[in-house]
Design a protein around this ligand. Structure first.
Ligand code: NAP
Length: 335
């Protein structure tokens, strides 16, 4: 069976997901697109055989030929489209964030539970990265014993001028928030944020770098550096310290060069290239989930938990004190 997919939002990542669904992945085809810029939707649809353009996301979700929905618009519109897809009983892949407030995420969780069907997957693609999967396998196999601490870093060479302080948490560190919780299978209970000396490469509205610390239910202590003007490259580091040993996220494959008196490898400059393969694996997994009704990737509860954690990080940054991370118990629906 070929899953007939409608894509809402044909911006940067929307176009990339459309290309994946159309040219790379098996079991799905894009039959409908929509974007607030209808002209742009028409331009993109012209390159997809048989795809129709819809005047609104709502109309696309309601269309009978659309069996499943991909939401790749900007964050504040996610809630409405995801709720409409649930209402229509259609599986929906929503790029992160699931919604821009924890309340809105919880509304989605409750709507999904009320529908009685697992319909929502969130675009936290790190769970599909080969390196993170190998690291998780090492931890799950007990190779390093119980995890005690995690040291990690999320570094970008530079960011646009419009990137401001909160984005370091809600757009950037949000990937660590989801990935680390999944990595060790442990929920967070509190967050704190420290702002070290600022780099001279930042601007008035951006604290850079910052260090986020998270404590989990079992007491694992996580420190995560977010440094988005680090200059030298896009660099994701993660080291898990366990009772019996230490496991590091593998470095991306790169040729080791001996040249001109130096030994070294190139460091990538771009998040897209660092995680390019994981997006393919992620969407292929979603096609399977949408077809079988069994979601194994990040679900609506994960999207909600990430939003609550991000809110706590923002509150902690504001006060300088630890902020509690409190949610209702995870509904049995997500077990
Ligand atoms: P983008 O390039 O701005 O694309 C978003 C598109 O949606 C734009 O064409 C935008 O039009 C359109 N749009 C805005 N409001 C709409 C509405 N109400 N209905 C229909 N279309 C609407 O953004 P992007 O970089 O692709 O990001 C999209 C989402 O993906 C964001 O939530 C982002 O956080 C997420 N993302 C995730 C990853 C990841 O690693 N998982 C990476 C990148 C992005 P206008 O330009 O006119 O607003």
């Amino acid at each position: 069976m070929t899953l007939q997919v409608g894509v809402i939002g044909v911006g940067m990542i929307g176009r990339e997901h459309i290309a994946r669904l159309t040219h790379k992945l098996a079991g799905a085809k894009v039959v409908a697109v929509s974007d607030i810029n209808t002209g742009e939707a028409e331009r993109v649809a012209a390159g997809i055989p048989g795809a129709k353009v819809y005047a609104s996301g709502e109309a696309l979700i309601a269309a009978s030929e659309v069996q499943a929905v991909v939401v790749t618009t900007w964050g504040p519109t996610h809630e409405g489209y995801v709720l409409a897809a649930i209402e229509a009983g259609k599986p929906v892949f929503c790029e992160k964030p699931l919604a821009t407030t924890a309340e809105a995420c919880l509304k989605i969780v409750n709507a999904e539970i009320a529908s009685g069907r697992h319909l929502v997957q969130v675009g936290f693609q790190r769970r599909y990265d080969k390196g993170y999967r190998a690291l998780k396998q090492t931890i799950d196999d007990g190779v390093i014993g119980a995890p005690l601490m995690i040291h990690c870093a999320h570094r970008n060479p530079t960011v646009p001028e419009a990137y401001v302080s909160d984005m370091a948490i809600v757009d950037t560190f949000i990937h660590e928030i989801d990935a680390l919780r999944w990595l060790i299978g442990d929920d967070y209970v509190s967050a704190q944020v420290v702002t070290p000396r600022r780099t001279r490469h930042t601007h008035a509205k951006l604290d850079d770098p910052i260090i986020v610390t998270l404590t989990t239910k079992s007491g694992v202590h996580i420190d995560g550096e977010v440094f988005v003007n680090c200059r030298y490259g896009y660099d994701i580091q993660c080291q898990v310290v366990g009772e019996e040993g230490i496991a590091n996220l593998p470095e991306p494959e790169s040729v080791l060069l001996r040249r001109e008196g130096r030994l070294g490898t190139a460091i990538g400059q771009d998040w897209k290239m660092r995680f390019i393969d994981s997006y393919d694996v992620e969407l292929q997994d979603w096609i399977k989930a949408a077809t079988t009704g069994k979601i194994t990737g990040p679900n609506a509860w994960d999207g909600y938990f990430a939003a609550v954690t991000a809110d706590a990080c923002l509150a902690a940054k504001h006060t300088g004190a630890p902020a509690p991370i409190v949610t209702p118990p995870r509904p049995a629906f997500y077990d």
